[in-house]
Design a protein around this ligand. Structure first.
Ligand code: ZN
Length: 316
């Protein structure tokens, strides 16, 4: 049978200042702002989507930026590090670039035979860049980042959990994941086991719970092809006792949500229809896009949101 779940779709985090958030992900990291919309569950807050040139599933990091939000803390029950994939030859480029913009970059670490660096964005968001030559996605040019160094999309994510058994069972029995290997207490799972589908579980029985606020991840979405496969996943999860929401229309994909046993909010999102549904590909992210139900309130919504701009030219 074809797998119903094929890796990571997007990862959504809570951020602080919206302009600083745009400046970092587009200017410093060179991700494209592919959609500027609102949090559908809280229309007075932006929802930014940063991804490759078209916002392909597996590349999209999204944020809910709250001006003046206090910082959260990383801890148990959270996705603590989002890992992006870069070419092996680009590691030095990224170390130099991040330092140039005053980010404190870790020493080069090695994990499962691949080199990586780790740092925090201005809100404290945990980010890793994993150097590898197995990611066959092409990369793209955006802002000041040349194509050969561009971030190719997600590599994977680290979940920090009190124990791994129930989450591992969920992944491997009901979500088309398989166990890849273990290294230093890090348990790796993947659908195919390559960049874009990796989920690592770090077990920490005595850690403190994380506190969700700016600089922490809100949820991780896994990808499924379409609404038919999504309903199949929903049925499987419900039959196995997970409390899954109804299907929600997120305009650019359809979503269901449930909390995995370790406390992290999981989403299953469809690859269809994508971000070109309400803007041409050449102009993605330029205008504030609203779902139809919010259009009648556009004036009030726009008035409540601080204006933001793209400043990639400043991040040479
Ligand atoms: Zn989501």
């Amino acid at each position: 049978m074809q797998p119903l779940i094929t890796g990571i779709h997007h990862i959504t985090a809570i951020a602080g200042n919206p302009q600083a958030n745009i400046d970092f992900y587009t200017g410093v990291l060179g991700l494209r702002l592919v959609k500027k919309t609102i949090n559908f569950d809280s229309p007075d807050v932006y929802h930014f989507y940063f991804g490759d040139e078209v916002g392909s599933p597996g590349t999209v990091f999204t944020t809910f930026p709250f001006t003046g939000a206090r910082k959260g803390t990383k801890g148990i029950g959270e996705l603590t590090y989002t890992a992006f994939s870069i070419p092996t030859e680009s590691l030095e480029y990224w170390i130099a670039r991040l330092r140039k913009f005053d980010f404190r970059v870790s020493d080069t670490l090695t994990r499962f035979g691949e080199k990586l660096i780790r740092f925090e964005d201005h809100d404290g968001m945990g980010i890793e860049l994993i150097a590898n030559n197995t990611d066959d996605r092409g990369g793209w040019t955006y802002g000041q980042i040349p194509k050969e160094h561009s971030i190719k999309g997600f590599y994977g994510a680290t979940l920090n959990l009190r124990s791994k058994e129930l989450t591992a069972q969920l992944l491997t029995k009901h979500m088309d994941y398989r166990f890849i290997g273990e290294e230093n207490g890090r348990f790796r799972y993947g659908t195919e086991g390559k960049a874009g589908d990796i989920v690592d579980i770090l077990v920490n029985p005595n850690g403190n719970r994380g506190q969700q606020s700016a600089g922490t991840v809100h949820h991780i979405a896994f990808r499924t092809a379409n609404t038919t496969t999504q309903l199949q996943v929903q049925k499987i999860l419900m039959e196995n006792g997970y409390q899954v929401t109804e299907v929600k229309d997120r305009n650019y994909f359809m979503s269901i949500y449930f909390r995995e046993p370790g406390g992290v909010l999981f989403e299953i999102a469809t690859d269809e229809p994508g971000f070109a549904i309400d803007e041409e590909e050449a102009h993605l992210g330029e205008l504030l896009k609203l779902p139809d139900w919010a259009e009648p309130n556009r004036k009030e919504i726009e008035a409540a949101l601080a204006p933001v701009a793209l400043n990639t030219e400043k991040y040479v």
